[in-house]
Ligand binder design. Structure first.
Ligand SMILES: [Zn+2]
Length: 376
C-alpha cells in the first residue's frame, strides 16, 4: 500500500488501458467501476458484500451528505470511511451536478450556487471553496473539482460560457484543495459535444494540473451515439499518464464502449437502482424479474454467475419477493447486478494485457444479442 496517490498504466490495447491507482487506503484496479453510496450506503448492501463483488472504490455524494447528516457531523464522528464502515478508497463528487438536478430554487452566480434543500427547503450555498471543505471533512480520497454543467441539448454559447466558468472554478478548487499528500484532486473537462470547447477545457485543466481528469457533462440526455462520438476524441485530449474518469456512466454496453475509448473509471446508480425495481443485468442483457414468465422458473438468473443471488435463488423466488416488495428482492438483485458489473471490469482488465480486448468486446456483444434464455 502506498502512502501517496499514484497511477500507473500496466498495459494498453488500442485506446483501452489497464493499470492501478495506489492510495493509502488501498489499490484501485482500472478500468474500475465505482458503486454509488449516495447517502453513506450502497443501498441494500453491507460494505463487506460490496467489496466481495470486486469493488475497490465507492462514490459518495457531497450534495446528499452535506444536507443530511452534514459534513461537520460526519467529521466529528471520524469521517465517512469510519461512519459507513468502508475502509477502502472513496471518491466524492463536488455536489455541483446534483445541486443542478435536485436542488430547488437554485441561483447560479460567478462565485457559486445558492439553493434550497430538496429534503426540508433549507437554504444552502456551494462554492469551489466550500465544496473542497466538505470533501475534506468527509475524508474523501479522491476529491472532484466543483463545476457546473448545462443539460444537453444546450446552445453553443451556453456550453462555452458554462465551461469557462467551470475552468475558473477548477482553478479555485485547486487553490482551496492545497497540498494534501495521499489525497487526490481531479479536474473535470466540460464543453458538451463541441470538440474545440473540449480541447480548450482540457488545456485549461492541464495548465492548472490535477491528479486525474474526468470527462464531465456526458450521459445527460445526449444518447449513446453522441456520447461515443465525444469519447472518440475527449479522453485523448487529457493527459495519458493520469486516470480518466467518465462520470455517471452507465449501462453495461456504455461502460464497455467507454473503456474501448480510453476511459479508466466510471460510476453509475444503474446496477443498484435497477436492482430495487426488479431489473437485473446479465451477460444476455436486461431481465425484468417481475415479468410473469419467471413465476414458475426454477433456474437462476444466470447459471454461470457465481454471486450469492444466482447460487442460492431461482428466478421464481426472485419474481415472488420482487412482486411482494420484500426487502430481500432489492438486496439480491443489487448484489447480482454489482457482481455482474465487476465481472465486466475484471474481464476487460484481463483482456487488455493479453491484447484480446477486441475479441472480448465482440463476445460481450454476441451474448447480449442472443437475449435472455428462452422461457421454459
Ligand atoms: Zn448473479
Amino acid at each position: 500500500m502506498s502512502d501517496r496517490f499514484a497511477f500507473s498504466l500496466d498495459a494498453t490495447d488500442g485506446p483501452a488501458r489497464t493499470g492501478r491507482i495506489e492510495t493509502p487506503r488501498g489499490t484501485i484496479r482500472t478500468p474500475a467501476f465505482m458503486p454509488v453510496g449516495t447517502a453513506g450506503t450502497v443501498k441494500g448492501m453491507l460494505p463487506g458484500s460490496v467489496a466481495e463483488t470486486g469493488a475497490d472504490v465507492l462514490l459518495g455524494n457531497t450534495y446528499h451528505l452535506m444536507l443530511r447528516p452534514g459534513a461537520e457531523r460526519i467529521a466529528r464522528l471520524g469521517g465517512l470511511h469510519k461512519f459507513m464502515n468502508w475502509p477502502g478508497p472513496i471518491l466524492t463528487d463536488s455536489g455541483g451536478f446534483q445541486v443542478m438536478s435536485l436542488g430547488a430554487l437554485r441561483k447560479l452566480d460567478p462565485d457559486g450556487v445558492t439553493f434550497r434543500s430538496h429534503i426540508d427547503g433549507s437554504r444552502h450555498r456551494l462554492t469551489p471553496e466550500r465544496s473542497m471543505e466538505i470533501q475534506r471533512l468527509l475524508g474523501s480520497d479522491i476529491v472532484m473539482a466543483f463545476d457546473e454543467c448545462p443539460a444537453l441539448p444546450a446552445d453553443r454559447a451556453r456550453i462555452a460560457s458554462s465551461m469557462r466558468l467551470s475552468m475558473e472554478w477548477a482553478a479555485r478548487s485547486r487553490e482551496a484543495f492545497g497540498d494534501r499528500p495521499g489525497h487526490a484532486l481531479f479536474g473535470i473537462q466540460q464543453g458538451g459535444l463541441e470538440e474545440d470547447l473540449r480541447a480548450e477545457s482540457a488545456e485549461a485543466l492541464r495548465a492548472i494540473g490535477f491528479d486525474g481528469y474526468a470527462v464531465g457533462g456526458l450521459a445527460v440526455g445526449e444518447g449513446q451515439a453522441a456520447m461515443f462520438g465525444c469519447l472518440d476524441y475527449a479522453p485523448e485530449q487529457l493527459p495519458a499518464d493520469k486516470p480518466r474518469y467518465l462520470m455517471g456512466v452507465g449501462k453495461p454496453d456504455d461502460i464497455v464502449g467507454a473503456v474501448a475509448r480510453g476511459i479508466d473509471m466510471m460510476d453509475c446508480v444503474l446496477p443498484t437502482r435497477s436492482g430495487r425495481t426488479g431489473q437485473a443485468w446479465t451477460r444476455r442483457g436486461q431481465v425484468n424479474i417481475r415479468n410473469a414468465r419467471h413465476a414458475d422458473d426454477p433456474r437462476p438468473l444466470d447459471e454461470h454467475c457465481t454471486c450469492p443471488c444466482c447460487r442460492g435463488y431461482s428466478r421464481a423466488y426472485l419474481h415472488h419477493v420482487s412482486r411482494a416488495k420484500e426487502m430481500i428482492a432489492g438486496m439480491l438483485l443489487t448484489w447480482h447486478n454489482l457482481h455482474y458489473y465487476q465481472e465486466i471490469m475484471a474481464g476487460m482488465r484481463a483482456a487488455i494485457p493479453a491484447g484480446r480486448f477486441a475479441a472480448w468486446e465482440a463476445e460481450f456483444h454476441r451474448l447480449r444479442a442472443e437475449g435472455d434464455i428462452a422461457p421454459l
